[in-house]
Design a protein around this ligand. Structure first.
Ligand code: CA
Length: 233
């Protein structure tokens, strides 16, 4: 586990907690050190603060994903910063807004690693689940791939599980709390902004119409063709 944070009190607190959870932890305090540490250590995941001296967390995340893709949990200062990062598509798998509890951080990391494991297992042993077809979007659950208009679209493991969760029950509203519990294994409603951020990311990649917002409640998957036709496609 690699923790990238220049504020030493936060870095130390995170490192201590993750070590107590049984992970081997290394701390980097600036962006360039983080990139070289990730190359050397090949960590299971990276906890990455956005605000860093030298190259910032954004650029660190881009470089990590370009060299050796690794699950990244990003620490952001505000919810609108999370939105901005999602919009830029830097390739982080999850975001957590400061201040956060160590309990939440650990829960998020464990859930992230489980999603990554499931993705790896699915790649090794493809299931026979039929693809979900919605207009020009095809969600291949067996191969965990998503195509739009014949082109493969890269989703992070988190985005993929969120999409499949919604697409498995088309035209049904799932609350943000339910999505948070199922995809993130996180029961505390304080994290619902995380759901919104990831919905934005999925819409940016697959088009805005596929997922409908039900204000104050949650989201619903809206395939453009009736479910009967979609099932036969
Ligand atoms: Ca910082």
């Amino acid at each position: 586990m690699l923790v990238v944070e220049d504020e030493s009190t936060i870095a130390t607190a995170i490192a201590q907690r993750l070590t107590a959870e049984g992970w081997k932890v290394e701390v980097a305090r600036d962006g360039l050190t983080a990139v070289s540490a990730a190359e050397r250590l090949r960590p299971d995941a990276v906890v990455l603060d956005v605000m860093l001296p030298g190259i910032d967390g954004l650029e660190v995340c881009r470089r990590l994903q370009a060299d050796n893709p690794v699950p990244v949990l990003m620490l952001t200062a505000r919810d609108d910063e999370t939105d901005m990062l999602v919009g830029l598509g830097v390739g982080a798998d999850d975001y957590i807004t400061k201040p956060f509890s160590m309990r939440e951080l650990v829960a998020r990391l464990k859930a992230l690693l489980r999603r990554v494991d499931r993705a790896a297992q699915a790649a090794a042993t493809p299931s026979s689940e039929p693809p979900i077809v919605a207009g020009d979007v095809v969600i291949d659950r067996a191969q965990r791939r998503v195509m739009r208009a014949g082109e493969e679209v890269h989703l992070t493991p988190t985005e993929f599980e969120l999409l499949v969760m919604l697409a498995s029950t088309p035209r049904t509203v799932l609350t943000r709390e339910r999505l948070l519990a199922e995809v993130w294994d996180w029961a505390d409603a304080s994290g619902t902004r995380t759901v919104d951020s990831h919905i934005k990311a999925v819409r940016r990649k697959l088009g805005p119409e596929l997922i409908r917002t039900v204000h104050g409640v949650g989201y619903a998957f809206e395939p453009p063709t009736p479910p009967d036709d979609a099932a036969g496609a």
